[in-house]
Write a protein that binds this ligand. Structure first.
Ligand SMILES: [Fe+2]
Length: 376
């Protein structure tokens, strides 16, 4: 019903972590310059450091991974330490694999997926939960598509939560990544693979995230600085929930927007969240979506009478709260063309069955097209 193979650890500073893990010349640290300069440089560590941002921006790609593989070729490191956002974490996972020379070989499983090195993941955004999941996703430019590798060989041995590392994260990135964590918690709660164990983590994550969001909406963006630990923990809880139960249609429908128009993951998901849940509710208003709505209502301070009179009010109030953190945009804002509402539908049905299998209720081609049209 439930597995967490990764040790979860927490330190207040990067220095404390470096000391506890005895970082040495045996370690390959994959990170980004804007994190290295303020948090790691002064530690004068003997590790091999790789700055991912020197190999291209945006989401991970085969080209980015291959350039780094080339750079560290022949260096006999024993442990991989990924310190960064989703891109760094997803890239780092591949560096533990035995005999990897070309990223595409792993994604297409042309080589045996065997773990050769220890993996330590330190997330510096509060959204992906990727530090506790066995999935790495990258754009395979040579194939013009995004691919995912899901295998326990790329699970981290240790996930390390260090609140101070979130300090440099601009508010916009903070907000979108935290919204992504909320989506992980909500989607995994409704997944057919969910059970009381996974729902425990989903429910707690929803409460913690909405609590911080309410604080931000009341006191402003600065409020987040005193609540990084709560948000990192909630994101980790949501990662544990979806690592076991999966995420569904919100993630599936956002794929073409992310792939085709390079909309960052959290921002793309946000566009679809309440539209998908509205359709879910219409299609099956009797099932566990009622429990989820009650959880949302309680955390959003919606009275019981209000909820029973208009159950979908939770999605409106949620939209209003999230709207205070980040704008939700019509899909055309991202450059999407009207005919793509149909094309995206076909592509999602063809390529995202892995995620669509985790839907609360099955969505038909027409349901999906209508969601795209309503958001266009
Ligand atoms: Fe996500």
């Amino acid at each position: 019903m439930f597995t967490v193979k990764t040790n979860v650890r927490n330190y207040q500073t990067f220095g404390e972590f470096a000391e506890a893990f005895a970082l040495s010349e045996d370690d390959l640290v994959i990170t980004q310059s804007f994190l290295y300069e303020p948090f790691m440089k002064s530690e004068k560590l003997p590790c091999t450091f790789v700055m991912q941002d020197r190999y291209g921006g945006g989401e991970p790609s085969d080209e980015m991974i291959n350039s780094i593989l080339e750079e560290v070729k022949g260096k006999p490191f024993k442990r991989v330490v990924g310190v960064g956002g989703g891109t760094v974490i997803d890239i780092s996972k591949l560096f533990v694999l035995k005999g990897l020379e070309d990223a595409t070989d792993a994604f297409e499983r042309r080589i045996p997926i065997v773990k050769e090195k220890r993996l330590v993941l330190v997330p510096t955004t509060c959204g992906t939960g990727s530090e506790v999941t066995n999935i790495s996703i990258a754009e395979i430019k040579s194939r013009h598509t995004k691919m995912g590798l899901a295998d326990d060989a790329i699970l981290a041995d240790d996930a390390v939560l260090i609140p101070e590392l979130l300090r440099g994260l601009p508010f916009k990135f903070y907000a979108y990544s935290a919204i992504d964590a909320l989506i992980h918690a909500m989607e995994s709660y409704l997944s057919p693979k969910a059970n009381v164990y996974t729902q425990l983590f989903s429910e707690k994550a929803i409460g913690m995230i909405l609590n911080v969001f309410k604080g931000i909406s009341q006191y402003g963006e600065e409020y987040r600085f005193d609540h990084f630990e709560a948000m990192l923990t909630a994101s980790n809880f949501a990662g544990i929930a979806f690592g076991n139960a999966g995420v569904g249609a919100v993630h599936a429908l956002s794929y073409p927007l992310g792939g085709g128009y390079h909309v960052p993951h959290g921002e793309a998901n946000y566009q679809f969240l309440t539209a998908v849940f509205n359709v879910y509710y219409d299609k099956d208003p009797q099932g566990k979506i009622c429990d989820l709505n009650e959880i949302l209502a309680e955390n959003l301070e919606i009275r019981k009478e209000e909820l029973s009179g208009n159950p979908k009010i939770v999605y409106d109030i949620l939209d209003r709260l999230l709207g205070k953190l980040a704008p939700k945009n019509p899909l055309r804002h991202y450059g999407m063309r009207p005919e793509e509402t149909g094309e995206f539908t076909v592509s999602v049905l063809k390529t995202q069955q892995r995620l669509l299998a985790n839907n609360y209720v099955p969505l038909s081609e027409e349901d999906i097209r209508k969601i795209y049209q309503s958001l266009y």
